[in-house]
Write a protein that binds this ligand. Structure first.
Ligand SMILES: C[S@@+](CC[C@H](N)C(=O)[O-])C[C@H]1O[C@@H](n2cnc3c(N)ncnc32)[C@H](O)[C@@H]1O
Length: 301
C-alpha cells in the first residue's frame, strides 16, 4: 500500500509517494530530516538567506506532519483482552436436571433505566437488607451493564472487591470499560457459563442475582456451583419480580422450591419499595446434595 504525502509549501519540498510497509517512525523522521537538509543545501545556487521566522514556520509544518505520520505508523493499540472466567469449571452441566418451567431469554444487559431505579433507591434497599459493608467481597451474578456493580464498588470500598460476572462476553467487555472509566480498581469482571458462575472457591461474603434468575437456563447447576464460591456465614440475595418466568420474573414459591432443592435455606423475604420487585435472602448450603440427588421442582404456575 502506498501513501502520497504532500507538503505544498514553498519552503519545503513535497514528499514523494512512499511505500507504507517500508516506513517506521524512525525512518519517517530521517526522511523528513533529509528533506529539510536538502532544502537548506540545495544545489543550483547558494543558499538563499531565510529569516528565522520562516525557517521555524516550515519546521513547525513538518513537525505537524511528522506527528501525523508517527501516529499513522505507530503499532495499533492491542485489541482488548477477552474477558475470561475467574475460576476453573465446577460440576458439568449434564449432571443437573433441567427446570420444569419456562426459562426467559436474555434480551438486555439492564433490567430497567438507571434513573428510575435510582429514584426507587433500589441498590440502597438491597444493600441495607443484605448488610453489605466496606471490605466485603461480593459477586454480582448476571451483572449486565453493571448498575449494581458500580454501586457495589462504592459500597465495599477500596478494601473490598466486586466480582462482576455474566454469560455474555460483549456485556462484560462494555462493563469492564465502564469500570475503568470510573476508575474503580476493586472490580474484576469474569465470564461464566449457564450452569456455573466460575467464581473462586470460598471467596465470597455475599452474592447478588438481580433481575436475572428467570434467565438462568440451568438453575440447579448454577446454584450448586455458586455454593462452592460462598464463605461460611455468607448470604445470597435474589431480586426479581413476582410474575411468571416467561414474563421475566420468578414466582417466590418457584424460587423457594428450586433453592431448597440445592440445600439453600431462606433467611428473609422483602417486598422492595418503588415497584422494583422482591429480595429473597438465602443461606447457601455447606454441603449441597450430589447433583444426581437434586430433585427438580414440579411445574407450579
Ligand atoms: C435483565 S439483565 C439484568 C442485569 C443487572 N443484574 C441489572 O439488574 O440491571 C439479566 C442479565 O443476566 C445475565 N444472565 C442470564 N443468564 C445468566 C447465567 N446463567 N449466569 C449469569 N448471568 C446470566 C444476562 O446476560 C443479563 O446480563
Amino acid at each position: 500500500m502506498r501513501a502520497d504525502i504532500v507538503v505544498s509549501r514553498s519552503s519545503v519540498s513535497s514528499f514523494k509517494s512512499v511505500e507504507i510497509s517500508e516506513l517506521s517512525p524512525a525512518k519517517v523522521l530521517a526522511f523528513a530530516d533529509e528533506r529539510i537538509m536538502r532544502r537548506v543545501v540545495r544545489p543550483g545556487g547558494p543558499e538563499r538567506p531565510r529569516d528565522e521566522g520562516k525557517r521555524m514556520a516550515s519546521f513547525g509544518k513538518v513537525s505537524g506532519l511528522l506527528l501525523c505520520m508517527i501516529s499513522l505508523y505507530s503499532p495499533a493499540p492491542r485489541a482488548a483482552e477477552p474477558v475470561v472466567a475467574l475460576a476453573p469449571s465446577g460440576e458439568q452441566a449434564a449432571r443437573f436436571p433441567a427446570p420444569n418451567r419456562p426459562v426467559a431469554s436474555i434480551v438486555s444487559p439492564l433490567w430497567s433505566s438507571e434513573d428510575s431505579r435510582r429514584s426507587a433507591g433500589e441498590t440502597g434497599q438491597v444493600f441495607r437488607l443484605m448488610s453489605i459493608r466496606p471490605g466485603m467481597r461480593v459477586a454480582d451474578v448476571g451483572a449486565g451493564s453493571g448498575y449494581y456493580t458500580m454501586a457495589l464498588a462504592r459500597a465495599v470500598g477500596p478494601k473490598g472487591e466486586v466480582l462482576a460476572q455474566d454469560v455474555v462476553p460483549e456485556y462484560l467487555a462494555s462493563l469492564r470499560k465502564r469500570v475503568q472509566k470510573a476508575g474503580f480498581a476493586n472490580v474484576r469482571v469474569g465470564l461464566g457459563e449457564m450452569h456455573d458462575p466460575r467464581l473462586p472457591k470460598e471467596s465470597l461474603d455475599a452474592a447478588i442475582l438481580v433481575h436475572m434468575y428467570h434467565e438462568i437456563a440451568q438453575p440447579y447447576g448454577l446454584l450448586y456451583n455458586l455454593a462452592s464460591a460462598m464463605r461460611p456465614g455468607s448470604r445470597i440475595g435474589i431480586v426479581d419480580l413476582d410474575r411468571a418466568t416467561e414474563n421475566h420474573g420468578t414466582p417466590p414459591e418457584v424460587l423457594r422450591c428450586e433453592l431448597a432443592a440445592v440445600g439453600y435455606r431462606e433467611i428473609s423475604f422483602h417486598r422492595l419499595r418503588g415497584d422494583v420487585g422482591y429480595l429473597a435472602i438465602f443461606d447457601p448450603p455447606v454441603e449441597p446434595p450430589l447433583p444426581s440427588a437434586i430433585v427438580p421442582c414440579r411445574s407450579m404456575r
